[in-house]
Design a protein around this ligand. Sequence first.
Ligand code: CP
Length: 314
Amino acid sequence: MSWTRKDLLDLQSLTAEEIQTVLETARAFKAVGERVIKKVPALHGKTVVNLFVEPSTRTRTSFQLAAQRLSADIINFTAEASSLKKGETLKDTARNLEALNADFIVIRHSAAGAPHFLARVLQAHVVNAGDGAHEHPTQGLLDLFTMLEKKGRLAGLQVTILGDILYSRVARSNIWGLQKLGAQVTLCGPPTLVPRSFAELGCRVTHVLEEAIEAADVINLLRIQHERQRKSMFPSLGEYTSLFGINRQRLAAAKPDVLIMHPGPINRGVEVDSEVADGEQSVILEQVTNGLAIRMAALFLLNGGKAPQPAPAG
Ligand code: CP
């Protein structure tokens, strides 16, 4: 199956079949990444611009490497050193990049909806690399890919997302993607960061850590996103850690094969201690590796590439 979408903006608007197509394509690209020659010519002659107006380590570098592995040219736009600082608008900035023949604009922005706005005014493919607290679709996809790879299924999987849900774009992309593929999602954290209204999205909501982790197949930990919070949402980080921080003692109440995930960056000693973050149940660095395959798959499919055929049953 090939994609007919011009842009990748969110998981809310993707069908389960489209998500499956990305996951299958990423599996093929992960195998390419294990070969001696890791480069393929799929995007030869195309130009990808990383337009990051917010900081990033994992997403920016993996989109850069994904573009290079697909033989595209890549421009890393640095907002701090750009004419955005002189008052140029985002639209004008993006249209000037398009005038330099950018075929893909990968955008991260603090304003929810910024990628959707650019998608309407540009001919170029637009990929959302995180917009405010709205969505981070490639993170959601790489999380799904990692769970599928480790657990062999998504349907029926019990996934707990723990931490700052209210301000998390990762949580929203995970919720949409997981539910479309049949997983059951539990959200947990302080009531100020996990309002009951999330139950309207079909999630189970609890503010009791033990309830959230006892039946979980996966615990996806989120950091407190201070940069998006407009006021203090709980008394202190120490109190947050004492109630919701994951350490070995707490993990003893979970299934022995529970997966520990985190999109990064980790605040060690707050949402998780180092023993668990670096422990044998943790797949945090494998998520980063899988992010490369997912981003290669996303660029490839947006460019009109055909997904590999699933292996015939039996
Ligand atoms: N997970 C994630 O988006 O990390 P970066 O902010 O480093 O890209």
